[in-house]
Design a protein around this ligand. Structure first.
Ligand code: GLC
Length: 420
């Protein structure tokens, strides 16, 4: 069998095997629940060969939406002892229809709903009409509860989806984790501890969960007193892009999109406020100290995906890209905190390459977009559908048979993407 066809087949098989009936787990064992942005990527992958299943994935995700509009980062559909922290630690009872975490994740869903809809508008219209107000309410939640600086902030490293990036180091150092108590991690029983966040990080992750839970996830208290509040390029750029897509969908359906247009304008300013001239890149900013993190990460390059041009970023992109062989490392390989295997402190992530590549192509940088796509395709073809990879050797790391890596193969990296 031709190699590409075989990889296409493997990618579909991974989506099917991680399907738990209406939702897809990121990978068996390590992540046994429905994760928010992973699930949206899964929907996009399914759309290539099963459009109904794609919509079901998004519908299941939004079935966990809270009354205040928030869509949680994890939905605990069926309790699994193999994951920590589970629903009892999050203590979110009464907020949403399904047991869940108490924070959100980068809102890629509306952008992907647009792609799914455009594949088959007839099959999608009714489903899109039902999802539209839910997506809008979620975006409004971000603007209201995370948007006071103009850019969008996160209240927990997990909310940005880049758990242990050096972006958070300064903010994390100020968290007093001395009262965290005893707990038992589960992740390191599935994956090598050297590829995961440290105990120092985990003590702070759990301290932040305990803070939210002890205040019953009251957003006013979290805004005023929450120990972690960092404006984040991932969420800011992704929400900006998602609002552009939601507006286009709303216009297409003949709905009122004025409020969304206002959010777009606001976010364009907010995104610009993350430009850090010290490092010539978009950066995260600690809203408690008003300091940039001085970190070039792969989220620094999501601006094109968000429709924001920035010529001053080009040399930074070239420098960071030259230092890695398989796309954009999660953290600057020449930076002082680089660790090639440790999760978001260095490895390459196929989903981030994909969003950066889509943005580059759309903004007219088609050579760079092609190069990024080919490097990602080689990586997956040589190393399999891993969670993340060593940016220079390509060695796979973290979990295997990973849903979102399979999905981005089908929709973007595969030479057949767009044709199947
Ligand atoms: C990790 C990642 C996060 C992802 C989750 C499930 O926590 O950092 O982005 O959503 O795993 O794959």
């Amino acid at each position: 069998m031709n190699v590409t066809v075989d990889l296409d087949r493997q990618a579909r098989a991974i989506l099917r095997s991680n399907d738990r009936g209406g939702y897809t787990v990121p990978t068996a064992g390590l992540y046994p629940y429905q994760w928010n942005w992973d699930s949206a990527f899964a929907a996009l992958g399914f759309a290539v060969f099963d459009i109904d299943r794609a919509w079901v994935e998004l519908e299941t995700l939004f079935s966990g939406q809270w009354a205040n509009g928030m869509v949680p980062h994890i939905l605990f559909h069926a309790v699994d002892e193999g994951y920590f922290p589970g629903p009892d630690v999050w203590g979110t009872h009464g907020h949403g229809p399904i047991a869940s975490s108490g924070i959100s994740q980068p809102p890629v869903a509306a952008s992907f709903a647009r792609r799914i809809y455009e594949r088959d508008p007839v099959a999608g219209e009714a489903r899109l009409r039902a999802l539209f107000p839910m997506m809008k309410a979620w975006h409004g939640w971000f603007i209201k509860h995370r948007g006071e600086s103009g850019a969008i902030c996160v209240t927990h490293p997990w909310e940005a989806g880049r758990d242990n990036t050096p972006d958070w180091d300064q903010a994390m150092a100020r968290i007093d984790a001395s009262n965290v108590g005893e707990y038992q991690r589960r992740d390191t029983s599935h994956v090598d501890a050297d590829m995961r966040p440290t105990k120092y990080d985990y003590d702070r992750y759990i301290t932040l969960v305990n803070f939210g839970s002890s205040h019953d996830w009251n957003e006013d208290v979290i805004l005023k007193d929450g120990p972690f509040r960092v404006a984040d390029p991932t969420t800011t750029f992704i929400l900006l892009r998602a609002n552009r897509d939601l507006k286009a969908l709303g216009d297409d359906l003949g709905l009122d999109t004025d409020e969304i247009a206002g959010w777009i304008e606001r976010l364009e300013h907010g995104a610009r406020s993350l430009w850090n001239p010290e490092i010539n890149a978009f950066d995260s900013k600690d809203l408690r100290s008003n300091e940039f993190s001085n970190c070039v990460s792969n989220a620094s390059f999501l601006n094109w995906y968000a429709g924001i041009d920035e010529p001053r970023l080009q040399p930074t992109l070239e420098r960071v890209w030259q230092a890695a062989k398989y796309g954009i490392a999660s953290y600057d390989p020449q930076g002082p905190h680089f660790e090639a295997f440790r999760y978001w402190r260095g490895p390459v992530w196929a989903i981030m390459n994909t969003m950066i590549g889509i943005g580059l192509a759309e903004r007219g940088f088609s050579d760079m977009a092609d190069k990024l796509r080919v490097q990602t395709a080689e990586l997956i073809a040589e190393q399999g559908f891993a969670e993340y990879y060593h940016p220079q050797t390509g060695k796979p790391a973290g979990g295997g048979t990973f849903t979102w890596t399979a999905a981005v193969w089908l929709i973007w990296a595969s030479p057949n993407a767009g044709k199947v």
